[in-house]
Design a binder for this molecule. Structure first.
Ligand SMILES: Cc1cc2nc3c(=O)[nH]c(=O)nc-3n(C[C@H](O)[C@H](O)[C@H](O)COP(=O)(O)O)c2cc1C
Length: 341
């Protein structure tokens, strides 16, 4: 295994080799770094003070051209937070979370960890989905997920955040169309393309950040040229037909996470929800893939609100379905590299 993928190898038993609660907390961060993030920018950093953990955005790894409001950054932080908390739960560590306004970071998440005595149904725990989850941009099958799964996911909705899983053809096709138009629009901006090209990597990259082109179905030889190609050409204009087929024919469900408020705290909460859904899906061997353009670009989010007749603010759209082809993992910085000592 290449070094930049080593973060995916976690031995669950190693937790018990950690001598202090603080060391155990460091161990939990190994699960947090496996979260998804916009462009695989991994915009998170942790600091641990005894039994208190702070999760902060890493501004150096922001992607300002595609994420000027930092929405994706905080959604990604929410995904990392959820992984951390799921791991804490598995190892019977209780937690108390606080979202704190902060001058430097906008918002910081403070997590206080405590030992607890309760036990868990270990084999079924969501922690086991964390190292298996990956964004899968391949075709999905027509086969539908079980009703029970759909209900479970829909029931994660609450007063702050809502989840819609759409498979009614006319609405799904309209949503797909909005997503595609938004992608093309986003790619019209040359600064957006330049930033994306820096995160698109060859299939044999040693980088710990960014997305190997294989994740977009690009073979190794072409993967060396893909970043340059994307920098100068709006490739989404060329792949419009293919993308339409992917989202309309080969995507049985499109999901929308939306929130009552539209601030950093609600973005973190939307991220937590997405990660929960992605992990629940993984447990059922279902694939997921987020689509950010319609949320981020111009006023496309208003078209979505109109379509689903909701005044909640859409924060993330994602594909959901079974797939025969499973994508590989993307590289990661290790827990040590994103933790302040
Ligand atoms: C907030 C957010 C937005 C994303 N937007 C897109 C997107 O628009 N298109 C896409 O192909 N992938 C998108 N992704 C998926 C990331 O590219 C992916 O999570 C990252 O490359 C890491 O790979 P992994 O999810 O397989 O671990 C998004 C992920 C997050 C968390």
């Amino acid at each position: 295994m290449k070094k930049n993928y080593s973060a995916w190898q976690i031995n669950y038993q190693d937790f018990h080799k950690q001598l202090s609660l603080t060391e155990q907390i460091y161990f939990l961060i190994r699960f947090a770094v496996l979260a998804p993030s916009g462009h695989n920018s991994q915009p998170w950093k942790f600091s641990v003070k005894k039994t208190t953990v702070f999760l902060k955005p890493e501004i150096q790894r922001a992607i300002p051209m595609s994420d000027p409001a930092q929405r994706q950054m905080f959604i990604s932080l929410g995904c990392a937070l959820e992984n951390f908390l799921i791991a804490a739960d598995y190892y019977n560590l209780k937690n108390k979370i606080e979202y704190i306004d902060d001058k430097t970071y906008g918002i910081m998440t403070k997590i206080v960890i405590e030992k607890s005595k309760s036990t868990k149904d270990e084999k079924e725990h969501l922690i086991f989905s964390i190292p298996k989850r990956r964004t899968n941009r391949n075709k999905y099958l027509e086969r539908l997920p079980e009703k029970e799964f759909i209900n479970k996911i829909t029931n994660l909705s609450n007063n702050d955040a809502r989840i819609e899983l759409i498979n009614k053809k006319d609405i799904k096709d309209s949503l797909a169309q909005i997503a595609i138009e938004a992608q093309i629009e986003a790619m019209e901006d040359k600064n957006f393309r330049k930033e994306l090209s820096e995160y698109l990597k060859s299939n044999i990259t040693d980088s710990k950040l960014g997305m190997p082109a294989v994740g977009f179905g690009i073979p190794t030889l072409i993967s060396f040229f893909a970043p340059t190609l994307i920098k100068y050409i709006n490739v989404n204009k060329l792949s419009r037909k293919k993308d339409e087929t992917l989202l309309k024919k080969y995507t049985p469900f499109l999901g929308i996470i939306s929130t009552a408020k539209d601030n950093k705290e609600s973005w973190i909460k939307a991220g937590r929800l997405y990660e929960q859904i992605a992990l629940e899906a993984e447990k059922q061997n279902l694939s997921t893939a987020p689509l950010a353009a319609a949320i981020q670009t111009k006023n496309f989010h208003k078209d979505i609100q109109k379509l689903i007749q909701s005044n909640f603010r859409p924060q993330l759209i994602f594909r959901l379905g079974y797939s025969e082809k499973i994508a590989g993992h993307t590289p990661r910085l290790t827990a040590e590299e994103i933790t302040e000592i």
